[in-house]
Ligand binder design. Structure first.
Ligand code: ADP
Ligand code: MG
Ligand code: MG
Length: 252
């Protein structure tokens, strides 16, 4: 589903990703961990297609297509979902309007009929209940004035409604309380399916107590330096990231 090969990327002429390779198949849950500044968020921004990040080498294939050639809109329409560390606020646009437009754009791309207002409301209300959001959040501007936890719920709501093929979540390094962690984990776990792949990017092992990944990768200085099963996350929890950087330095 996703094939990242030897990806190099720069931000403001600074090399951040230095030959990152990763394969993700349908049905798999991958965790990408790594110390602060190792390039985790840069990877998610490059996959999202943000134009302040420049790919200088390598390739990214998504469902057989060259992802780097796809527009941001096409990426979303074709089932790629990205949740960012800092969700955007859209003043003046109601959450209901935004969600309905997003859902229908994806449905259209999949050759499904648009949801009308009634069907949409029914679906969105059921999903809101699942993430513990009150209905008033439908009529507020997207993320404006939402607390951290409310933004998280909203992000998981978006993800559930869009039914992505590949969801990539870049989780904040700090400030996620246990409730927020569980919201994210429940959302991810509900989406697990043989047709779908999930990539969870996180600094902390704690999230992975709730989302049990099939594979764990460790990013250091813009490359994956270690891959393994979930036990690798436990090792990191125990020993920190220092030994990874030492190993990476030896290998280099
Ligand atoms: P992580 O998410 O693993 O903590 P990031 O991808 O956010 O790491 O950052 C990796 C490196 O790239 C850091 O040194 C950071 O300062 C730098 N960086 C990221 N974004 C920018 C930017 N927009 N401008 C300049 N430097 C950046
Ligand atoms: Mg960071
Ligand atoms: Mg980050």
């Amino acid at each position: 589903m996703l094939k990242i090969n030897n990806l190099h990327a720069t931000v403001e002429d600074k090399a951040i990703l230095n030959g990152l390779s990763l394969n993700v198949n349908a049905g798999e849950v991958h965790a990408i961990m790594g110390p602060n500044g190792s390039g985790k968020s840069t990877l998610s921004q490059v996959l999202a297609g943000r134009d302040d990040y420049t790919v200088t080498e390598g390739s990214v294939e998504y469902e057989g297509q060259d992802l780097l050639e796809m527009s941001i809109e096409d990426r979303a329409r074709s089932g790629l979902f990205l949740a960012f560390q800092y969700p955007i606020e859209i003043p003046g646009v109601s959450n209901a309007y935004f969600l309905k437009a997003a859902v229908n754009a994806v449905r259209k791309h999949r050759g499904l009929p648009e949801l009308d207002a009634m069907d949409f409301l029914q679906r969105v209300k059921a999903e809101m209940k699942a993430v513990g959001m009150r209905e008033e959040f439908l009529y507020r501007s997207v993320n404006e004035g939402f607390s951290g936890g409310e933004k998280k719920r909203n992000e998981v709501l978006q993800m559930a409604l869009l039914e992505p093929k590949l969801a990539i979540l870049d989780e904040t390094d700090s400030g996620l309380d246990i409730d927020a962690l569980k919201i994210v984990a429940d959302g991810v776990n509900r989406l697990r399916s043989p047709e779908r792949a999930l990539v969870v990017i996180t600094h902390y092992q704690r999230l992975l107590d709730y989302i049990v990944p099939d594979y764990v990768h460790v990013l250091s200085k813009g490359r994956i330096v270690r891959s393994g099963g979930r036990e690798l996350a436990l090792e990191l929890e125990e020993h920190g990231y220092g030994w990874i950087d030492e190993e990476a330095a030896k290998g280099a």
